[in-house]
Write a new protein. Structure first.
Lengths: 238, 47, 237
């Protein structure tokens, strides 16, 4: 039985060492963020939440860009691996977006006194989260493989196209009704911690996508072999 | 400072989500490989 | 006479004739089931009434919310028509037959889009007067601009609705999946439509409506093009 790929998909050798590196770097970055920066003038210690919230949000966007890239590539080349890569990036992106959303709310409560405000960042993150979830739901509910690949690619591309549009419209919407009050400037003191954590999350993103992709390939391979066997066995069909 | 409880909540949540997801991924990978081994073995026996 | 090869471009006149044929087919099927239009239009009026109960009876509260309520009603009632439009093709295997003919998939999508657009416009022809009465809306000032906003908002809504319904109608849990996939994508449209409608209803003293109308136009153009492109890939059976 040929299966999908020749031979068995192997987890590339760089993944586990890279994962360990990512973990170490993450711990370092988090430590620097927590311990190294003085409490900010306006926000006090709350500023430290930026070291997890912002990197999570940024990398969620990177994941979205990956979904777009691989979805386009799939529609162009029709190679299954691009579909699996896009799906892996989408899953990791959903986790990061959900995390960013929760962290945004944890930041909002002590800052503004409420768990939710119609702040552009929160509403943007919430919308992106829903679009991601829709992508995953589509994949979960589509049984035919070929269809699932094509449909996910199309939906992924449309969703990614909407990212800048959603961003602009919720910002306009908010500024129209209330002057911007989000503290967005980052002082030199904080840039190091922010950059390090941004990279830390990026390394984790890469690691997660790599492992998820590998698992997806193996699952797919098993599925294909199962189907092939079923076809061969069930040669006598009604 | 009650501020700290939010900072702790934020970091705690982050570590929890990231580590849980990492564990989930490793488990999914292991399960997938086990399934594939089973499928391949059965293939082998078949012919 | 030379038959164009399957999948070859028909040329503008051929294609528009094909599009119109699909529109006609869709609408006449709809007309045969006029009950469907009546039901949707009635539901729209009912939703407007329910919103009134939920927000009112304070007129000030209703006025403040009116634009949002109207557009939400358009969304909630319109979404019911999109799946149905594709389901008709699935029922009699008409979709396969359509695909066999030479000509772009694009014309199938455009045909369905226009048919859905006309249907939703018809529902709005009922919905807007009802809202005007129920919420005491000053639609006569800026009537043209309002009509334009309604047209732009509906176009974006129907474009994405037609596209996502092409997928959802062929899945289980289609009634839930269509809104789940569609509504998050519509958020910029909703914001733009509600803001411009609201501004216009309140006299648009600062001319803010223009900026939102531009957003609507950008949204419509981008997603019309994107949906047509994407549709080619989702319907290759």
């Amino acid at each position: 039985m040929a299966g999908l790929t020749e031979g068995r998909p192997r987890l590339p050798r760089w993944v586990i060492p890279f994962g360990l590196f990512a973990l170490g770097f993450f711990i370092l970055a988090q430590a620097i963020g927590l311990l190294n920066s003085p409490p900010e003038i306006g926000m006090g210690n709350l500023q430290k939440i930026m070291y997890v919230h912002v990197p999570a949000a940024w990398n969620a966007m990177i994941a979205f860009a990956l979904v777009l890239f691989w979805s386009l590539l799939y529609l162009w080349k029709r190679q299954e691996k691009h579909d699996l890569l896009a799906a892996s990036a989408a899953e990791v992106g959903t986790v990061l977006t959900g995390l960013a959303l929760a962290l945004g709310m944890i930041w909002a409560k002590p800052t503004w006194g409420v768990w939710w405000t119609w702040d552009p960042r929160l509403t943007f993150t919430a919308t992106m989260f829903l679009i991601y979830v829709g992508y995953l739901a589509l994949r979960a509910f589509t049984e035919d493989d070929e269809r699932r690949r094509r449909w996910s690619a199309a939906v992924g591309i449309l969703g990614a196209i909407n990212v800048p549009i959603v961003y602009m419209s919720v910002r306009w919407w908010r500024t129209l009704h209330q002057p911007q009050s989000t503290p967005s400037t980052v002082d030199a003191d904080y840039v190091l911690g922010l950059r390090m954590n941004a990279f830390a999350f990026l390394f984790l993103l890469i690691f997660f996508v790599a492992v998820r992709y590998h698992a997806a390939r193996v699952e797919r391979e098993a599925e294909v072999r199962l189907e092939e066997r079923a076809l061969a066995d069930g040669a006598v069909h009604v | 400072m009650s501020e700290w409880s939010f900072v702790i909540a934020a970091y705690g949540l982050t570590w929890f989500v990231l580590s849980t997801y990492a564990v989930y991924l490793m488990r999914r990978r292991t399960l997938a490989e086990r399934t594939l081994t089973r499928e391949t073995r059965e293939d082998g026996w078949q012919g | 006479m030379n038959e164009p090869a399957a999948g070859a471009l028909l040329g503008f006149r051929g294609e528009s004739r094909r599009v119109l044929a699909i529109v006609w087919k869709d609408l006449t099927a709809e007309r045969r089931t006029k009950a469907n239009f009546n039901a949707v239009a009635f539901l729209a009026a009912l939703i407007l009434l329910l919103f009134g109960f939920a927000i009112g009876p304070d007129q000030a509260a209703i006025e403040a919310a009116a634009a949002g309520l109207v557009w939400l009603t358009v969304l909630f009632s319109g979404v019911l028509s999109f799946n149905r439009s594709w389901e008709q093709e699935l029922e009699d295997g008409a979709l396969e037959a359509l695909l066999l003919y030479p000509g772009d998939r694009r014309s199938i999508f455009l045909g369905k889009l226009i048919a859905n657009l006309l249907f939703v416009f018809a529902v709005e022809a009922v919905l807007v007067p009802v809202a005007t009465v129920l919420y005491d809306l000053p639609v006569l000032e800026h009537a043209f601009a309002l009509a334009g906003v309604i047209a732009l908002g509906t176009l974006g809504f129907v474009t994405l609705g037609t596209f996502y319904a092409a997928l959802a109608s062929r899945m289980r849990a289609r009634e839930v999946l269509l809104p789940l996939l569609l509504f998050p994508m519509l958020i910029p449209l909703l914001v733009g439509a509600v803001e411009s409608t609201g501004q216009l209803l309140q006299g648009d003293a600062m001319g803010n409506a223009g900026a939102w109308i531009r957003l609507l136009i950008v949204f419509d153009v981008i997603f019309l093009v994107a949906s047509i492109f994407a549709f080619e890939h989702v319907i290759e059976e």
